[in-house]
Design a protein around this ligand. Structure first.
Ligand SMILES: [Zn+2]
Ligand SMILES: [Zn+2]
Length: 381
């Protein structure tokens, strides 16, 4: 494996010109066009279609399917994800995924292609316009061997222009709105989708909550999640990048997760990878505990603080113990249900179910006390 090289400063004129033209035409051309010609429902429909399907193909396809392999799917779905992913003009899936894997592996260091440590502008867009990256695909061997991904990479411009320009222009021409399609469904759409994608690397590495890894620059930002089809839950994602969900709670806005789930339910996707609820809860509790101990360390040492520290630690140990017991009881119950044990009679099953209920309740009691204890300290406010 050849050594990784940090990015070097070099203007990327193709990207600069492309970005400047689409932004200017999109932002200035749209109001002028609407002022002069008005806007038809077919133009709105075409814009909405592209402004949803192209970023969804990045989040579901480039990100969760190709970069992280969080689910398996068939060739048709993979083709569609590559097709509309290319229409986003965010490089080939191979390039994107390889750089994204580097982002996870080397996050916040010089080898992170969009490190937030180099500033908001760099992480947002500067890295694409003014820096050259030395991607060698060593970290994407699994993708290089896929003929469809290889084809999209080799003929990337054909894919991107075909899907992202020729198609909207053809639909625009067919409906009598060629210029409108160019301004709205290409230039304005690209501008909007670019910045929404870039928010993950900039805003979501600064603003939000750090529930699962309190030291990570990656944050859970529910507001950005609304704009990015669920990708705003970036603290969770950096901690558990192998999970197909980014918004892990059922109520968290994550259409990419819902799409993958629906593909799974209709047999179009399989092996959806999920981190166990116990591991997720354990990470969350460890974060809460770390926050209090850091606060105590910062607050100095006196007898009262030492006492608080001991109480918190002892409650946390109890909590961890009860979580482990609950997990074990759940595992045992599952083994019995799946008949992986010698005796899976009704009595054994009932007793395991009772044990599970008991263990769950015990954990919830301890958790309740833990929450009550934490409420006393500003560190967790
Ligand atoms: Zn990140
Ligand atoms: Zn990721």
């Amino acid at each position: 494996m050849s050594a990784k090289l940090p990015a070097t400063r070099k203007n990327n004129w193709v990207n600069i010109v492309f970005f400047a033209v689409t932004t200017l035409v999109g932002l200035i051309g749209t109001p002028l066009y609407i002022y002069k010609y008005g806007i038809s429902s077919s133009e709105i429909a075409l814009f909405v279609f592209f402004v949803i399907i192209t970023p969804m193909s990045i989040t579901t396809g480039y990100h969760r399917q190709f970069a992280h392999r969080t689910f398996k799917t068939n060739a048709v779905i993979r083709f569609l994800l590559l097709f509309f992913g290319a229409a986003s003009f965010e490089q080939s899936a191979l390039e994107w995924s390889s750089q994204h894997r580097d982002h996870h592996r080397y996050v916040d260091t010089d080898l992170d292609p969009y490190s937030i440590k180099k500033g908001f502008f760099y992480a947002h867009i500067g890295w694409l316009l003014f820096w050259q990256h030395h991607t060698n695909y060593d970290n994407a061997r699994d993708l290089v061997t896929d003929p469809l991904i290889r084809h999209q990479h080799r003929y990337y411009l054909l894919w991107a222009i075909g899907a992202g320009m020729v198609m909207p222009l053809a639909i625009g021409a067919a409906t009598g709105h060629l210029l409108g399609a160019f301004i709205l469904s290409i230039c304005l759409r690209l501008t909007v989708v670019y910045h929404l994608t870039f928010f993950i690397n900039s805003i979501c590495h600064i603003f939000g909550r750090s529930t699962y890894d309190i030291y990570a620059t990656a944050k859970d930002n529910w507001f950005i999640a609304y704009l990015t089809f669920g990708e705003g839950y970036h603290n969770f994602h950096h901690r558990f990048s192998g999970d197909y969900r980014n918004g892990v709670r059922w109520y968290q806005w994550d259409p990419s997760k819902w799409l993958i789930w629906m593909l799974g339910k209709t047999g179009l996707a399989r092996d959806l990878r999920r981190i166990s609820d116990f591991r997720i809860l354990s990470a969350q509790l460890a974060g809460e505990n770390r926050r209090v101990s850091d606060w105590l360390t910062r607050s100095g040492t006196n007898t009262e603080l030492l006492k608080i520290g001991e109480a918190v630690q002892s409650q946390y140990d109890k909590l961890k113990g009860n979580l482990a017991k609950w997990e074990e009881a759940a595992r045992e119950y599952k083994r019995i249900l799946q008949r992986q044990v010698a005796d899976y009679s009704k009595e054994v099953r009932e007793s395991a179910r009772w044990n599970l209920g008991e263990a769950r309740q015990k954990f919830h009691h301890t958790h309740h006390d833990w929450k009550a204890l934490l409420r006393h300290y500003p560190a967790t406010a």
